[in-house]
Design a protein around this ligand. Structure first.
Ligand code: ZN
Length: 88
């Protein structure tokens, strides 16, 4: 009896509550996984995606700062070059 209720509770999609037919691995309505292992896997993958996005954002921001720095250096370099040419 306990086992049966467990089986039935897994038929309801955790995401939308839709009652699926037995043996389904994914919800027929929202496509979310129905067994605990699959649910865990998906949440681990979602966590990884978040981490990747964070790293990509950090690298993008660093590159912007680097680009700004390079432009500053170029400007200083050109100024210095100009001043040297004027002296000669
Ligand atoms: Zn669903």
């Amino acid at each position: 009896m306990n086992h049966l209720s467990q089986l039935f509770s897994q038929l309801n999609a955790p995401k939308c509550g839709f009652e699926n037919t037995p043996g389904m691995r994914y919800c027929g309505r929202c496509g979310s996984p129905l067994n605990p292992e699959e649910i865990e896997k998906v949440s681990v993958e979602a966590q990884k995606i978040k981490e990747y996005e964070k790293i990509i954002n950090e690298i993008t921001e660093s590159m912007k700062q680097l680009k700004r720095k390079v432009n500053e250096l170029k400007r200083d370099y050109l100024k210095l070059k100009e001043s040297i040419q004027q002296k000669n």
